[in-house]
Design a protein. Structure first.
Length: 198
């Protein structure tokens, strides 16, 4: 059948709108279906609506996820900063607690007389740099009594001083005074630990 005869054989359908259809080849047969254009248009509109809804839903999910991820990231950063600060605080508190325990133990051992006073005095004399020069070692009266039978180099005088705490040693030389103080030693240790933790 030629295209002219095909065109002539299609009955004319009175509609208010026309639907243009591009065909790659001429159809072998054509059948007019009532409401076909309207059904096709409704179907296409519904399909377009479904696609638009799906795109909107996907975009909404993407935005919600981005917002949630941002909030989660910020929360994780705050948690990490808090954990780091807590670790620093715990380390500092542990160091302070350790120093206080050491102070308490040292004072307990000193009260019980369990310390090598002779060694402490000899080390302090050595650190003073007095050599064979004259010097005066100031000790608490109970410590002087403990060293009554100990011989030191000539020029070294041991004196009782109630102002010096047991276990502490003050050495007076021509160069000045060297103080070996248990509490001050603990303060120095605490400062060193604090600077190492910083």
């Amino acid at each position: 059948m030629s295209s002219e005869r095909l065109h002539d054989s299609i009955p004319s359908i009175a509609t208010s709108s026309y639907l243009k259809v591009a065909l790659p080849m001429l159809p072998l047969a054509v059948r007019a279906v009532e409401d076909a254009a309207e059904s096709l248009a409704t179907g296409l509109a519904r399909e377009a609506e479904d696609k638009a809804f799906a795109r909107g839903l996907a975009e909404g999910e993407r935005r919600a996820l981005a917002t949630a991820c941002g909030a989660l990231t910020r929360a994780a950063e705050r948690l990490e900063a808090a954990a780091s600060a807590a670790c620093d605080e715990v380390a500092s508190d542990a160091a302070q607690l350790g120093i206080e325990i050491a102070r308490s133990l040292l004072r307990s051992e000193i009260r019980a007389g369990r310390y090598d006073l002779e060694r402490i005095v000899r080390e302090t004399l050595h650190a003073s740099g007095a050599g064979r020069g004259a010097c005066v070692v100031h000790l608490h009266p109970t410590d002087v009594a403990r060293l009554s039978n100990t011989a030191f180099r000539s020029g070294t005088t041991i004196e009782a001083d109630p102002e010096v705490r047991p276990g502490d040693v003050h050495v007076t030389t021509q160069r000045g005074v060297l103080v070996r103080d248990v509490d001050q030693a603990l303060v120095s240790i605490a400062e060193k630990i604090a600077s190492d933790l910083a």
